[in-house]
Design a protein around this ligand. Structure first.
Ligand code: NAD
Length: 424
């Protein structure tokens, strides 16, 4: 007998979640066939000249899962572990997320298999531009609209938008600006898009405590990942008196029982390619001790499949707010639910990002400029509405939050297929 146990992938996790929901709602078996498949899986290999004059071939992905509700939408990730299976899983989560929050979008995801720390800024620019060129009309402002994800940011989006627009005729150019969202404000970006995801995670946590008549003051939290999402959620939580006591990134794990200063940590990261390592306002501990830290709230805001049967039993937090996509696998989730730990699922918890992206897309499409206060208040209204809807399904059905969010998301897509039928 072969004793090798294959490591679970994000794709295993998303399919397990989908199948569980499809069974629970008795999803039409014909529609189930459509939703378990990804519509397009694009893999491109493209050459880039590096700073030393040598050519390197890179592999990029774009998976378009489903567009029954509108154009494909989802981020681009630059990471050495990214493969087609990860892109498929992340694209599916985007379909459920956009449906859950009621946006006129479908789901997609992609990126390039690389570690950006291995390349200079000008190499990253050439890689991003050449990737955009290789994707060609597989993306487009009314067809498939990428956004930032792990290791990509507003600069990456500016290069992509510029490259895409440069390949269009002069008269079409400015109509193509919304080919990506998450652009810098000076290049068609939305005020507040940078903080939208972290703010949404914060708001979900705040609303959850409000439902229990509790405030955030004095609550302790730990964050895995101190990039865009991890930083901004920490910023908003600490603004309401919650205390960051532990943080982990790809390079170090820090702990300080009395509280870690979010501003100081952020300033420490800036000149160090985002790394928290070496911060002197906390002590470095073993990575394996992170999940077991005694706290009220755990926020995974890094990679997928982080909370598993290997560590879920150690978790002491009573609320897990998923900033990352797919951070909890099926076994990890079963352990948490058994311990009565509440999980606010990714497709609800981190949906502030795609809602912000939708606002940016509308702003570009209509030639408008929205102010920060307007953006944040629209975001808060939309997210509160979705939170309350999911909360009511949780209460009515006496079920967990992920099941409730998935039921709402997948039922909406089923309804759209039933109304339209299948061509021809
Ligand atoms: P980012 O690149 O800005 O930051 C990623 C952080 O995770 C960094 O601090 C990095 O060091 C850390 N990290 C990477 N590998 C790790 C590991 N193995 N262990 C611990 N830490 C690790 O990325 P981001 O935009 O903040 O995205 C984080 C998560 O949130 C991802 O799952 C992403 O899909 C999800 N998300 C992001 C957005 C968005 O708007 N940026 C929206 C929705 C969901």
């Amino acid at each position: 007998m072969n004793n090798i146990v294959e490591k679970k992938t994000m794709y295993d996790t998303v399919m397990q979640q989908f199948n569980k929901t499809a069974d629970a709602i008795k999803l039409d078996s014909e529609i189930r066939k459509i939703l378990e498949a990804t519509t397009n899986e694009i893999v491109v290999h493209f050459p880039v000249k590096l700073d030393d004059g040598k050519i390197k071939i890179f592999t990029g992905y774009r998976v378009q899962h489903n567009n029954v509700l509108g154009p494909y939408k989802g981020g681009l990730r630059y990471h050495p572990s990214l493969d087609i299976n990860d892109a498929k899983a992340l694209a599916m989560w985007m379909t459920w997320k956009t449906s859950l929050v009621g946006l006129p979008y479908g789901g997609a995801k992609g990126g390039i298999q690389l570690d950006p720390r291995d390349y200079s800024l000008s190499e990253l620019e050439r890689i991003s531009r050449r990737f955009t060129y290789a994707l060609g009309d597989n993306i487009g402002p009314e067809y498939d609209i990428p956004a930032p994800d792990v290791n990509t940011n507003e600069q990456t989006m500016a290069w992509i938008a510029d490259t895409y627009m440069s390949t269009k005729s002069a008269s079409e150019r400015s109509r193509s600006k919304h080919v990506v969202t998450g652009k810098p404000v000076g290049s068609g970006g939305l005020e507040g898009r940078d903080r939208a995801t972290g703010f949404g995670v914060f708001l979900n946590i705040k609303l959850w405590y409000q439902s229990k008549n509790e405030s955030l003051k004095g609550k302790t939290f730990i964050v895995q990942g101190f990039g865009n999402v991890g930083y901004w959620v920490s910023h908003f939580l600490s603004g309401e008196g919650a205390v960051l006591i532990g943080v982990q990134d790809a390079h170090a794990t820090l702990y300080h029982k009395e509280g870690i200063d979010v501003v100081d940590l952020h300033n420490h990261c800036k000149p160090r390619k985002g790394s928290i390592k070496g911060f002197n306002g906390a002590k470095e501990i073993s990575a394996a001790d992170f999940f077991g830290l005694d706290c009220n709230i755990l926020i995974p805001a890094a990679m997928g499949n982080q909370i598993t049967s290997d560590n879920a039993y150690k978790i002491k937090a009573n609320l897990v707010a998923e900033g990352a996509n797919g951070p909890t696998d099926a076994e990890g989730e079963a352990i948490l639910l058994n311990k009565d730990i509440i999980i606010i699922p990714d497709i609800l918890c981190n949906s502030g990002g795609v809602i912000g992206s939708y606002f940016e897309w509308l702003q570009n499409r209509n030639g408008e400029i929205w102010h920060l206060e307007e953006v944040m208040s629209k975001l808060e209204k939309k997210m509160t509405e979705v939170f309350r809807k999911v909360e009511s399904i949780v209460k009515e059905g006496n079920i967990d939050w992920r099941s409730a969010a998935f039921i709402l998301a997948i039922t909406r897509i089923e309804t759209a297929y039933k109304q339209r039928g299948i061509f021809p």
